[in-house]
Design a protein. Structure first.
Length: 187
């Protein structure tokens, strides 16, 4: 999100250019940018305060000589948009282990430690997703079962008594009309 009064209308490349200018050097090699989808309701909350989504002008970032990596980091935490810290950390560890410093150092203890942490976090995330999906499936199954039960109840009842119910309703309406006519005649 942009920061009102500081980075109004800044795109991703504008942020990087500002860092280059302040550092007096092109110090950024990689830019990991968020592709996560954010619910418009939350974006509107930020818009009310003058903030907006940062435009992702990736081609301009690449023209600056910065390599780009897209990831889904967006999450909602306490009704505010945040970057999931575990996903951000994992992406940085992955970048270090696969692309940078430790490329040819698979036996280095630092590499092993970071890579192990990355694998553990990946497994934890997969387990959470499995549990989440399992819960969703259970809920969907329960909902389907409830709907089927409702349908059965409705269909058995409706098919057996539908005509009778209509007849009772018609009879009741006729009775009310007759009472109303009698009352009118008595006046």
């Amino acid at each position: 999100m942009t920061k009102p009064g500081e980075t109004d209308d800044f795109s991703l490349s504008d942020h990087i250019k500002a860092i280059f200018e302040h550092a007096n050097n092109k110090i950024i090699d990689y830019c990991i940018y968020d592709t996560g989808e954010v619910v418009p309701e939350y974006v509107r909350r930020y818009n009310k305060d003058g903030a907006d989504l940062v435009e992702q002008d990736i081609s301009k970032v690449r023209e600056l000589g910065v390599k780009t990596i897209k990831k889904d980091f967006a999450c909602i935490e306490n009704d505010v948009i945040r970057h999931d810290p575990i996903n951000v950390a994992d992406s940085i560890i992955e970048l270090i282990c696969e692309d940078l410093k430790f490329k040819d150092m698979q036996n280095n203890p630092k590499y092993v430690k970071m890579n192990t942490k990355l694998k553990e976090n990946t497994e934890k995330r997969k387990e959470k997703e499995k549990v989440k999906n399992k819960d969703k499936k259970k809920q969907n199954k329960a909902n389907k079962k409830a709907r089927r039960m409702d349908d059965r109840r409705k269909s058995k009842f409706s098919s057996k008594y539908n005509e009778r119910i209509k007849s009772i309703k018609t009879s009741e309406e006729q009775r009310k009309e007759n009472i109303k006519k009698i009352e009118e005649d008595d006046e």
